[in-house]
Write a new protein. Sequence first.
Length: 134
Amino acid sequence: IPTIVGWADDLILKYDQLPTLVYDISLASSTTDSEVLTLLNSLHGEFNNRPYADSAVRKLAAQLYEQLLAKELSCDEVAKKLYRLTNHSDLGCSQELADDCDNFDDTFFLVRCGVLGREMAENQFKEFLESLGD
């Protein structure tokens, strides 16, 4: 949550005219992940700009990666959250980012089915998450 709130704060400092939802996100420090994702999804109609959407996804991915490293979330859970945000919302991120998140969600489905090995899939996913922070 702090990462996404910080993203909204940065936008507010840089731009004069923003949708009200950006201000709502900026004030969302005490809300749940789900509520923040709902606010991000709601931005589509008012503020569909891929660089900002990708930036928001990258910041959320960085936060989720920290939770993964702290063992608060599993790779499966992080992949599912990113997939839902990029593929089942109107956030408007780039197709490349949406496809990458879709592929990793599929990868962990195949891991759970026993088709792919977990260690290799987790290592590749962690590398992907690290690359989003670059």
